[in-house]
Ligand binder design. Structure first.
Ligand code: NI
Length: 172
C-alpha cells in the first residue's frame, strides 16, 4: 500500500513525533506501507511524519555506499542515537518531502543507535557511512528537523523562493 507523502510547509514535518507504545498489527502494517512508499518514491529512507504518522517510526535502506542497489530495508521504532563519532563527513542530501532541493550536510560518520523492531524487541547497533547518514536524517524528521536546517544562512536565503513554491504547490 502506498501512503500519501507530506511536503515542506506541512506543519506535521515540524512536530516532534510521539513514542510508540503499541506494537500491534497496525504498526506492522504502517511500517510495511512505509517501505512500499519509500520504494515507489525511489527514496532511501522515510520517517512517519512524512506520511502523516505522528509516530517515532522510520524505515531505511541499509546502504553501504550511495550506489548500493541491493540494500535491505530496516524498520526502526523509537530510535535513539546513543553515540556519535567525532569524525564528520559531508554529503549532498535530498528529501522526499522537499522535492528538487539538495544541499551539502555535515554529519558524524558513525553512530550507535538503539531502537525497537516492530515486535517491540530492543536492538543496539553501530552503523557507518551512508546507512548512518540516512538514519540520522530520518531521526531528525522525528524531531521536526529537516536537512535544510543545516545549510548556511546564505544557502537558505537562495533556496527561499524554491521552498515557498513547494509549500504553495502542496498546500491543501
Ligand atoms: Ni527527509
Amino acid at each position: 500500500m502506498k501512503l500519501q507523502l507530506r511536503y515542506y510547509g506541512d506543519p506535521i514535518l515540524r512536530k516532534r513525533a510521539s513514542e510508540v507504545h503499541d506494537f500491534d498489527p497496525q504498526l506492522r502494517a504502517e511500517a510495511e506501507a512505509m517501505i512500499d512508499t519509500m520504494y515507489e518514491a525511489a527514496g532511501v529512507g522515510l520517517a512517519g511524519p512524512q506520511v502523516g504518522l505522528e509516530k517515532r517510526l522510520l524505515v531505511a535502506l541499509q546502504m553501504e555506499d550511495p550506489d548500493d542497489n541491493e540494500a535491505e530495508p530496516i524498520v526502526m521504532v523509537n530510535p535513539e542515537i546513543l553515540e556519535r563519532s567525532p569524525e564528520n563527513w559531508v554529503f549532498e542530501e535530498g528529501c522526499l518531502s522537499i522535492p528538487g532541493i539538495r544541499g551539502d550536510v555535515t554529519r558524524p560518520e558513525r553512530v550507535r543507535v538503539r531502537y525497537q523492531d516492530v515486535a517491540g524487541k530492543p536492538h543496539e547497533i553501530e552503523v557507518d557511512a551512508m546507512f548512518a547518514r540516512v538514519i540520522q536524517h530520518e531521526i531528525d524528521h522525528l524531531d521536526g528537523k529537516l536537512f535544510i536546517d543545516y545549510l548556511s544562512m546564505g544557502e537558505r536565503t537562495l533556496l527561499k523562493p524554491k521552498l515557498k513554491k513547494i509549500a504553495e504547490k502542496y498546500a491543501s
